[in-house]
Unconditional design. Structure first.
Lengths: 409, 167
């Protein structure tokens, strides 16, 4: 019988299986394709393809005035858009020479740390899901919803936030925003309690530990050579954090520590992210306290005093000549930038998010480059999963916190 | 602490003398230009030297200056010394008709995809790169889209009358 079955040429001699993982496999959480060469369930070779959702942001940015680039940055790491937005505003402010009042810095820190929490909680709970523990995900997800409500209260949108402007925020935080923040920070019923429960579920869970310890490890030296930043680098044992090394937005006023791991495996990355969430909570509490200390007119400050770059209030546009002129110039993108080149970076949720902006004195950037942490460290993925099991590849991918939008720009 | 831009500049000039030019500090970051033939030597020196220790490649990208005849493409390296926490930027310029530049991917694994991206968008040909193919764009593409000769579509054009996508 068997002589009637026609197998493809060479398929009997080949002892390995080729498996196409992705680009739309649910376990890859985004459009990532990996062509794996398997010996049984062990990966002996992997080739990754990226670029499925490349949207030419750098090219588009060369045609846009500064404030219209903010929505592009939203769509990089969309799990923590506010950090990208703030990073972009900070870059512009550095180029334009706008100085920011302290209260705005603190409000920004509150938003950025909320974004960091929302990003880490997704990543960590997805690691849980991929290792077969679904409930942690549901526990934490309700608090991401609350974080999104806070964003909504401040800027009107939830996922791609476009929050803030060059020079500050579009409006002051409303009392409702602070109420929701109180609810979020509440020790008993808020996020801290939930995070504790989440940790109870996972951190010393035997199954979870055996599943993640030693899975996808990387040494500190390799990680640095591969350009790792953020929690992934810290899990390998390097205490590099942009918030401490190059403080922006007054991070130097805060007291927090940088958790580091040792082996750089999935478990260490998980622990580092969890600890970072606690640190972020502490930073938010400190910032909130500092915001409450402002009295009188200072307590109402929510933007810098730089009429040339910050959109004037609408009532003034109708009644004041100057405001009308600035309004027109800003909205039509007729602000000429100073000539120069500036590199500025913020600690994004998955690493150092850098903006390299070259201005030739025109109204749009001459060249804008996003240093996207995902893109840089995803190169190491094929090395991380080599020799491991197929199921470890899935869990390694989710614990690296890869965001397709950021990777492909 | 202790490593300052003055020290770095001194050490580099001592080693490479006239081959490094255009010393600047725009917005507080030391910037200089090197001859394109010595880019690897500069990177290696910055990496190996016991006081400099620039061992982290933060970023690598290209810029296109079409009016700069004979040196149209610039490749920009951002390096970071994590121990002393100091950054620097250096550039090399190359002719667009022969955009051959030595690849840094043997020194930094991180440079692998960064150079592929730079090749993908600007067509800089990195010599010695193990796998210089497009990374974000489709493989069939036969031009380098980030070059300035490809302007974005004029947003005020009126010759399009497609009901769904016209303006």
């Amino acid at each position: 019988m068997s002589e009637h079955i026609l197998l493809p040429e060479g398929s009997l001699e080949k002892e390995t299986t080729t498996l196409n993982l992705g680009p739309t496999h649910p376990a890859t959480h985004g459009v990532f394709q990996n062509i794996l060469e398997l010996d049984g369930e062990r990966i002996i070779k992997a080739t990754s393809t990226v670029g499925y959702i490349h949207r030419a942001f750098e090219k588009i940015a060369e045609r846009r005035p500064l404030y219209q680039i903010t929505p592009l940055t939203d769509r990089l790491n969309y799990c923590s858009s506010p950090i990208n937005n703030m990073g972009w505003h900070i870059t512009c402010e550095k180029l334009l020479g706008v100085s920011i009042p302290k209260r705005v810095d603190y409000l920004r820190i509150i938003i950025m740390e909320l974004a960091r929490i929302s990003d880490h909680l997704i990543c960590n709970s997805i690691v849980g899901v991929d290792s077969g523990a679904y409930s942690g995900f549901l526990y934490l997800m309700q608090f991401r919803e609350l974080i999104y409500e806070i964003y909504e209260e401040i800027c009107g949108s939830r996922l791609t936030t476009n929050i803030g402007r060059i020079g500050g925020f579009e409006r002051n935080f409303t009392p409702t925003a602070f109420e929701k923040l109180d609810k979020f920070l509440d020790e008993k019923h808020g996020y801290p309690a939930q995070l504790k429960e989440f940790e109870k579920l996972f951190t010393r869970n035997r199954i979870f530990m055996e599943r993640t310890i030693g899975c996808g490890p990387i040494s500190a030296e390799r990680a640095m050579n591969y350009g790792f930043t953020g929690p992934n680098l810290r899990a390998a044992g390097v205490d590099y954090d942009v918030r401490v090394h190059t403080p922006y937005s007054s991070y130097q006023d805060f007291d927090f520590s940088i958790p580091v791991g040792k082996t750089g495996d999935c478990y260490d990355r998980f622990l580092v992210r969890n600890e970072e969430m606690w640190q972020s909570l502490s930073i938010i509490n400190q910032a909130y306290k500092k915001v409450k200390e402002f009295k009188g007119a200072e307590a109402e400050v929510f933007h810098a005093d730089s009429p040339a770059y910050y959109l004037p209030p609408k009532q003034d546009v109708y009644t004041k000549m100057e405001a009308l002129i600035y309004h027109f110039k800003i909205v039509m993108g007729e602000i000429e930038m100073p000539v120069g080149e500036v590199y500025s970076s913020v600690e994004g949720a998955n690493g150092e998010l850098g903006f390299y902006l070259i201005s030739d004195g025109g109204r749009t950037p001459y060249r804008l480059h996003f240093r996207r942490p995902c893109f840089i460290y995803y190169q190491a993925y094929t090395e991380l999963i080599k020799g491991g099991m197929l199921s470890d590849a899935v869990i390694t991918m989710s614990s690296l916190n890869l965001i397709a939008g950021e990777l492909d720009a | 602490m202790g490593l300052t831009y003055d020290t770095i500049k001194e050490k580099l000039t001592e080693k490479f003398a006239e081959q490094l030019t255009n010393w600047e500090e725009p917005y507080g970051m030391l910037t200089f230009t090197a001859f394109k033939e010595i880019n690897l030597k500069v990177l290696q020196f910055l990496f190996d030297d016991e006081t400099l220790r620039f061992r982290f490649l933060t970023d690598l990208q290209a810029v296109h200056y079409p009016d700069n005849t004979g040196a149209e493409l610039a490749v920009v390296y951002h390096l970071h010394n994590l121990v002393d926490n100091i950054r620097l930027r250096f550039k090399i310029f190359t002719d667009i008709n022969s955009p051959e530049v030595y690849s840094a991917s043997a020194l930094y694994q991180a440079a692998n995809w960064m150079e592929r991206e730079t090749y993908d968008f600007y067509g800089v040909n990195f010599l010695g790169h193990p796998n210089l193919i497009r990374v974000l764009n489709v493989d069939e593409m036969d031009y380098f889209p980030m070059r300035k000769e490809f302007p974005l579509e004029d947003q005020t054009r009126i010759d399009k009358d497609d009901e769904m996508f016209g303006r």
